[in-house]
Design a protein around this ligand. Structure first.
Ligand SMILES: [Ca+2]
Length: 338
């Protein structure tokens, strides 16, 4: 039986060549016993003053699937819901982080999106971060889960909460119409798209935003990387400079996020983590969101980009800019120093 477990993951990755490879820092624990973990968590929760360390040690060192098995066992043993128990036992940013970990990555992203649009006003920063940085595969999962969780279409909620060109861009992305990467490099199309981007923006008075949206929401990522390279032979400014000159506000932030993610998604997350931690009054929400949503996807690569770009490791930066049990949980998700 163990042989099957060893072979299966390899087979899975062979059979799904379209899926991006994963670079997690949080991986399944060996010798996993959900009943034992659930019992230890119950004791930790009941301990006077709460034994946060044990809760952190267990929940940040199990895969998402294992955490949900623990939740199942917990409910059986303690006769109550683990989320409710964690909410009562923990507080502040540690509580938010732990509750985030109890969701699947898609459920977590869907909840963050929902929260960003709830009530009066919109948290555009969160909306842009999630919609513009997730690939089509992730967005498709998020849409499905969003519908299951909130009985509403993500498209409709985004449309109701945004307006103008910003709404058009986000909706085009949420519709997930991006081409799959092709093995054949189409130089003619690359040239045509590069020229269209230039003619729709820097070359003319005003900006033909719809052309920009169409190209950036429908072409494959490898194609767009070549388009932006080719773009420089038409425009005196590169794509990011052109965006800054042509559009403003949320639309500008969205296009910039898109282009940064097309170029190097892990570097985008590394830079965002760095900014969030170094900003006055560390933006815990941003740090928590990226660490929780990427720890089983590509946090290992984000660490590499972080170290390369900022000459300091993510681990050291977390140690310097956060504190207490929240810091312990973040360091554990980070998984190590570089
Ligand atoms: Ca222009």
């Amino acid at each position: 039986p163990n042989l099957r477990a060893l072979i299966l993951p390899h087979l899975t990755s062979c059979f799904s060549p379209e899926a991006e490879p994963k670079f997690p820092t949080v991986v399944p624990a060996r010798d996993f016993d959900p009943a034992r973990d659930a019992a230890r968590i119950e004791t930790a929760i009941k301990t006077k003053g709460v034994d946060e360390q044990t809760i952190i040690d267990i929940l940040t060192r199990r895969s998402g699937e294992q955490r949900r098995e623990i939740a199942f066992e917990y409910e059986r043993i303690a006769k109550k819901d683990l989320n409710t128990a964690l909410k009562a036992a923990l507080s502040g940013p540690l509580e938010a982080l732990m509750l985030g970990l109890m969701k699947t990555t898609a459920q977590y992203d869907a909840s963050e999106l929902k929260a960003s649009m709830k009530g009066l006003g919109t948290d555009e920063e969160t909306l842009i971060e999630i919609v513009c940085s997730r690939n089509d595969e992730e967005l498709a999962d998020i849409k499905k889960v969003y519908k299951e969780m909130f009985k509403k279409d993500l498209e409709k909620d985004v449309a109701g909460d945004t307006s103008g060109d910003f709404a058009k861009l986000l909706l085009s992305l949420v519709q997930t119409k991006r081409d799959q990467p092709s093995n054949v490099v189409d130089y003619e199309k690359i040239d045509e798209d590069a020229r269209s981007l230039y003619e729709a923006g820097v070359k003319r008075k005003g900006t033909d935003v719809v052309t920009w949206i169409t190209i950036m929401s429908q072409r494959s990522v490898p194609h767009l990387q070549k388009v932006f390279e080719r773009y420089k032979s038409y425009s005196p400014y590169d794509m990011k400079e052109s965006i800054r000159k042509e559009v403003k506000g949320d639309l500008e932030k969205s296009f910039l996020t898109l282009v940064e993610c097309f170029e190097n998604r892990q570097l985008y997350f590394a830079n965002r983590l760095n900014e969030a931690m170094k900003s006055k009054g560390a933006k815990e929400k941003v740090v928590t969101r990226i660490m929780v949503s990427r720890c089983e996807v590509d946090l290992m690569k984000i660490r590499t980009e972080f170290r390369r770009q900022h000459k300091r490791s993510l681990y050291q930066t977390i140690a310097e800019h956060t504190k207490g049990d929240y810091q312990k949980a973040l360091l554990s998700l980070c998984g190590g120093d570089d």
